[in-house]
Design a protein around this ligand. Structure first.
Ligand SMILES: Nc1ncnc2c1ncn2[C@@H]1O[C@H](COP(=O)(O)OP(=O)(O)OP(=O)(O)O)[C@@H](O)[C@H]1O
Length: 313
């Protein structure tokens, strides 16, 4: 069954096209990742799906129903975890979840039960009487998730839920995504953290300039890149390296140098000569190589090859 269908969806802000004629189908049981750099149009798309933003053109159907014809049905079946945390500081954790779940028509003992269930799910049962002002960023995020899932929506949309939080909460959230999926929810997950998308998503759409430029499982996306390899080169020091000069070597598509360590990642076309030239550059510039490793292409490489840019420039 199709949980979500976008057909020729477009959003214009004045003359600027933020979402450009986008079509997409999300099937029941998928964890669907939207991957794109800042400004790609992810949040705009999500906000239209959640009826927070009016579309300029196109159609959106949720579980087979056009959202413009039955907005209430779509709302009941969607749980949105927005990018900016939306909780009330002067309500306790319990009261926050109760408030949001109440907006979906839940009442009485059923409401209280769902609130307890949602708080337990995000690991905040012990803190249900506390106010969010005493919470860490990660705990606020988890509370935000509880507010979005208490009405048991079939489609849960999480917009960059791990930005700016501690690693423990991040792991908790990633595990929650998988658990919600096991419980039967379909999930849309947006991020510009490649590793997260690789870890949790069963299908991925790469967005750029309001369009989907590639879509598939991570294996399918990686198979797009058949003529490129990633090389990790560890050097004794990065001091003498002129990155601009290095970039000019034939076959090099991109170089990422990490300031803290002496490792550089080179994305190069798959030709023996290219490798030889890169090594030759280091030897002739008296730069000592500590180790050299060839990696299978990552989603980062896929993104770079398709867009010409790093995901997090
Ligand atoms: N209300 C608005 N008015 C004008 N332009 C907007 C508005 N909202 C978004 N945009 C523009 O639309 C584009 C897409 O923004 P959007 O927030 O959807 O991107 P995103 O992929 O979610 O990026 P981010 O990761 O930064 O949230 C951006 O260029 C943004 O500046």
């Amino acid at each position: 069954m199709n949980v979500l269908q976008l057909t020729n969806l477009t959003k214009k802000f004045g003359s600027f096209i933020a979402v450009d004629n986008l079509s997409l189908t999300i099937k029941e049981g998928e964890i669907f990742g939207f991957l794109g750099s800042n400004g790609a149009g992810k949040s705009t798309t999500i906000n239209m799906i959640a009826s927070l933003l009016k579309m300029t053109e196109g159609d959106i159907t949720v579980l087979g129903k056009d959202i413009n014809k039955d907005r209430k049905y779509a709302k009941l079946n969607i749980g949105l975890v927005p990018q900016d945390i939306a909780i009330y500081e002067d309500l306790t954790a319990y009261e926050n979840v109760r408030f949001f779940a109440g907006l979906y028509g839940l009442r009485g003992s059923e409401l209280n039960e769902r609130v307890r269930e949602a708080l337990k799910f995000v690991g905040l049962t012990d803190r249900q009487k506390s106010y969010p002002k005493d919470f860490s960023g990660g705990m606020k995020r988890r509370l935000n998730i509880a507010c979005a899932i208490a009405h048991r929506p079939k489609l849960i949309i999480m917009d960059e839920p791990t930005v700016g939080i501690d690693p423990q909460s991040r792991n908790h959230i990633l595990e929650s995504v998988k658990e919600l999926n096991r419980m039967g929810c379909t999930i849309i997950y947006t991020s510009h953290y490649m590793e997260e998308v690789e870890e949790v998503c069963t299908k991925i759409a790469i967005m750029d300039h309001g369009k989907i430029i590639a879509e598939g499982t991570k294996e399918q996306l990686k198979s797009i890149i058949t003529d490129t390899k990633d090389m990790m080169i560890e050097l004794r020091s990065l001091e003498n390296i002129d990155l601009e000069q290095l970039k000019d070597i034939t076959g090099i598509r991109a170089i990422q140098a990490d300031e803290d360590t002496s490792t550089i990642k080179i994305n190069s076309e798959l030709e023996v000569n290219n490798f030889n030239n890169i090594i030759q550059y280091f030897i002739s510039n008296d730069i000592e190589i500590r180790s050299l490793e060839e990696n299978a292409p990552s989603l980062e490489t896929v993104f770079l090859t398709l867009t010409g840019r790093n995901l997090r420039d």
